[in-house]
Design a protein around this ligand. Structure first.
Ligand SMILES: *Cc1c(COP(=O)(O)O)cnc(C)c1O
Length: 455
């Protein structure tokens, strides 16, 4: 067999033409979304006021295993996909490990992350339905950037409610979104009722993700032809992100490889759910015995210390309730947390798989994560996003274990994006001012006490 190349790209013909819906092969389904008003399971039609129809259908469909990707979406995917599958020869050498390390790099587009894969799909279906605008919220700005890119491509007006402190601290994120013609509004704003109320009682607030979601949802339901879109957690987002795993599986297959361990960072679970989709399918069917590992920050440990319970998907409690691993919807990581992945809950699909023992989870403190990021940047010459660096940390530790045992394992991890807008965090690490904080059991208990009572 010829030597495996450093960077491997599928050809255009080899690119997957379908997404894969993991729910179709799960032995047991995740619990249904509930309407908070009467605690009854939601029906597809109940979602129509918030999501466009095709996306509402995808959200509820647990039976169709493969969805044809519409040609218009494939055309845009081709601009920046396939993403490369990279053999981390340099990292392997640096670690002196017998393990083979591969990573799937999703940072090769202007948005700098995997989020564009779902943004394109969501913008396309909205346009196709004849909707005339979309709204969303963004915290750090990656999702808002990806959606701005997709909406400008499909000529669909977009309003982004950006948490006010990010709006002020990340002017370049805002500038990219505006370049792609998005209307970026610092939240809370006086353009919505909920925003005006918050400003009245707290004029100096710097905003929160929960507040931005509430504003975006209000704008969607009160504007003709407008819908709200979300960049993670949802089943439809995991479906779109399956393109990552399907490409990785196909590329590895061509190279004569199959992973023993698949590793991904977990915020709301969309990149991880997408990366593992085909490998989890093989595992569920009993065809492969592999390990699948979710990596999260010790300061926001939804899987490793959260509760599997019904909770709201947002801090503002305007969304349906989902059964998931959660820290409680009012949970906020401590102020010194810089590594992203700060969402309180986790994808219901991944939560169910974790609960049923199909996957593992680990957590790391952020200084350990940035150490790994710096080592990786030096030898692989890509500046990783702090989020992605959680997966790097875990892959390095797995490779070091192989060094001890002499096992030649094949490790695959997801490198979800680049870190150019996170230089404040890198600065803190380089200057030695970055610190770690692990919430105490008492800290977490406050979030659990506030969980909605559903029985
Ligand atoms: C948003 C983001 C994540 C986390 O989101 P998931 O839905 O858990 O995948 C990870 N990496 C990058 C670069 C991101 O922008």
């Amino acid at each position: 067999m010829a030597k495996i190349p450093y960077r491997f790209y599928l050809t255009e013909e080899q690119m997957p033409k379908q997404w894969y819906n993991l729910r179709a092969d799960m032995k047991e389904q995740p619990d249904p979304l509930l309407n908070p008003a009467d605690l009854k399971p939601l029906k597809e039609e109940d979602l129509y006021p918030i999501f466009c129809k095709e996306l509402a259908h995808q959200e509820m469909d647990s039976e169709t295993a493969y969805y044809d990707i519409p040609d218009e979406i494939l055309e845009m995917y081709k601009i920046y996909r396939p993403s490369p599958l990279i053999r981390a020869y340099n990292l392997e050498k640096e670690l002196g490990t017998p393990a083979k390390i591969y990573y799937k790099f999703e940072g090769n587009n202007t948005s700098g992350s995997h989020k564009l894969n779902s943004a394109i799909a969501q913008a396309y279906y909205a346009k196709k339905q004849g909707l005339t605008s979309l709204t969303t919220e963004t915290g750090a700005g990656q999702w808002g950037t990806a959606l701005s890119e997709a909406c400008s491509y499909f000529k669909l007006p977009l309003t982004v409610f950006m948490v006010k402190c990010s709006y002020e601290q990340k002017p370049f994120r805002k500038a990219i979104m505006q370049t792609f013609d998005a209307n970026v509004i610092p939240s809370p704003s006086n353009t919505t009722e909920v925003g005006r109320k918050i400003l009245e009682s707290n004029p100096d607030t710097t905003g929160s993700l929960g507040c931005a979601i509430s504003e975006a949802v209000e704008k969607a339901v009160t504007t003709e032809g407008c819908r709200y879109v979300l960049g993670s957690v949802l089943n439809q987002v995991l479906l779109h992100q399956s393109i990552i795993g399907l490409e990785a599986e196909k590329a590895m297959n061509i190279l004569g490889e199959y992973p023993d361990v698949v590793i991904g960072c977990a915020g709301g679970g969309s990149n991880l759910g997408g990366l593992i989709a085909p490998f989890m399918r093989d595992k569920i069917k009993g065809e492969k015995d592999i390990r699948i590992v979710a990596v999260e920050p010790a300061s926001c440990p939804s899987f490793t210390r959260g509760k599997y319970a019904y909770d709201f998907c947002d801090t503002g409690k305007v969304t349906p309730m989902a059964k998931m691993y959660t820290l409680g919807c009012s949970f906020m990581p401590s102020a010194n947390h810089a590594g992203g992945l700060r969402y309180h809950g986790m994808s219901p699909i991944l939560s169910k798989l974790y609960h049923d023992g199909y996957m593992e989870a680990v957590s790391y403190e952020q200084t350990k994560v940035f150490e790994a990021a710096k080592l990786f940047a030096r030898v692989e010459t890509i500046l990783p996003a702090p989020e992605s660096s959680h997966a790097i940390r875990c892959a390095i530790d797995e490779a070091l274990k192989c060094k001890e045992t002499g096992e030649e394992k094949t490790i695959l991890f997801g490198l979800t994006g680049t870190g150019y807008f996170d230089m404040t965090a890198y600065n803190a690490f380089n200057e030695g001012t970055m610190s770690d904080y692990i919430p105490t059991d008492e800290d977490l208990q406050k979030g659990f006490d506030a969980l909605p009572k559903v029985e």
